[in-house]
Design a protein around this ligand. Structure first.
Ligand SMILES: Nc1ncnc2c1ncn2[C@@H]1O[C@H](COP(=O)(O)OP(=O)(O)OP(=O)(O)O)[C@@H](O)[C@H]1O
Ligand SMILES: [Mg+2]
Length: 377
């Protein structure tokens, strides 16, 4: 996939930014607070319905305005596609290829983006929520059976939780537990298969970007004792406890996964930098699996990569990404770490200053009604 045009309005400090990205490596360079991460967040929003720094209502909308707007045009296997999203925090409207979409998930499924940012080490070191999201997002893209099962499970879970809170009868719980069991077993089988697939991709990525980590392994934690009992029985067994807590304490909504590397055996703590490398390897493994399934690399977004990785690891990551031909967006505060790729003309540089984006000193954001700072021209 290749973004050919990106138009962002009222997104943090970005008032009206339009850019035509390069098919390969795009470097967004500028001072702290200039708006670089915001550009990357806008791309991420189109693929996930939220930023990697939070939901739209958590501060994404430019102060004094009521909604962010993002328009993206991209090429996907020779087909031109376009999507627009106007998001006001609670309400949103989206169009895909000129047609209104009813579910945000349908819009987000169209553009595949894999993002690595300063908070990404949470994928390895944080709570289960980002890991579950990572798994399910990948599955939405590669496994058609997953989304219907996920929706069916989520609905039955909401119903069971409501019944538990209202202290309703066992007979009423039975039906929804049966529904959860059918959908939840399907979800879990698909998650297990996906983790196995990612494991193979990870085994190929780690030696290329961080050989010092050694062999890496992934394991699914299903959310109940799946090796000992069915989900139906697990729900039945936890009923009394769940009545007391007022919500469902077992099931695939509590699933997680674990990654182990030989460099930190038996649960030894990874350093912060190692955790970031492992997280990046997982994300690139996911991207590689998407590429294998669709014949095309997703868009790769790397926020502030130079401050996240040392020079040797950065070089390895760049070499891998350049070899794949993926379209990549990297932000950073200066050009120095990217000297070689710029000299080799393998990257396009965009300067970001005070929320204005210009390509190599030549203005690409220039709307008649806007004053472009003189130093940009
Ligand atoms: N809702 C908002 N409305 C207007 N401006 C905002 C809003 N939210 C954040 N900002 C401003 O946007 C800027 C943040 O932009 P961003 O995080 O994209 O910068 P950056 O170039 O990535 O900086 P850094 O190099 O520090 O990572 C800050 O100057 C902040 O004050
Ligand atoms: Mg930033």
């Amino acid at each position: 996939m290749r973004i050919t045009r990106l138009h962002i309005r009222d997104f943090r400090r970005l008032q009206d930014v339009e850019m035509a990205p390069y098919a390969g490596l795009n470097l967004l360079v500028g001072d702290n607070g200039a708006g670089k991460t915001s550009v990357l967040e806008a791309i991420h929003l189109m693929a996930y319905g939220r930023s990697f720094r939070g939901r739209v209502r958590d501060g994404l909308i430019r102060t004094g305005t009521s909604a962010v707007e993002v328009f993206v045009e991209w090429g996907d296997a020779g087909r031109d596609r376009r999507a627009g999203l106007r998001h006001g925090g609670d309400r949103w409207e989206g169009r895909l290829d000129g047609v209104s979409v009813a579910q945000l998930g349908d819009l987000c499924a169209a553009l595949a983006v894999v993002s690595f940012e300063p908070g990404s080490h949470a994928l390895v070191a944080g709570g289960g929520e980002p890991r579950r999201r990572f798994l399910d997002w990948g599955l939405f893209h590669v496994e058609q059976e997953f989304l219907p099962a996920w929706r069916r499970y989520a609905r039955a879970l909401r119903q069971r939780n409501a019944l538990l809170k209202a202290h309703r009868s066992d007979a009423e719980l039975d039906g929804w537990e049966q529904e959860m069991a059918v959908a939840g077993e399907t979800m879990t089988r698909l998650r297990q298969d996906y983790v196995d697939t990612l494991q193979a991709a990870l085994a190929a990525v780690v030696p290329r970007i961080a050989p010092s980590l050694g062999a890496a392994g992934l394991a699914l934690v299903p959310g109940w004792k799946r090796s000992e009992l069915s989900l139906r029985d697990a729900l039945l067994l936890s009923r009394e406890r769940d009545r007391i807590s007022g919500h469902t304490t077992v099931g695939p909504h509590r699933a997680d996964w674990r990654v182990d590397v030989a460099a930190a055996p038996q649960g030894e703590a990874l350093s912060r930098g190692q955790a970031k490398l492992v997280a990046l390897a997982c994300l690139l493994a996911q991207a590689q699996d998407l590429a294998r399934q669709h014949g095309q690399w997703p868009i790769v977004v790397l926020d502030d990569l130079a401050s996240e990785l040392d020079a040797a690891h950065r070089e390895r990551v760049l070499a891998l990404l350049i070899a794949t031909g993926a379209q990549v967006f990297i932000s950073g505060t200066d050009l120095q770490p990217w000297g070689r790729v710029i000299a080799d003309q393998k990257a396009s540089v965009f300067h970001v200053e005070h929320g204005v984006v210009t390509r190599c000193g030549q203005a690409v954001v220039q709307r008649p009604e806007e004053a472009v700072p003189p130093e940009m021209l």
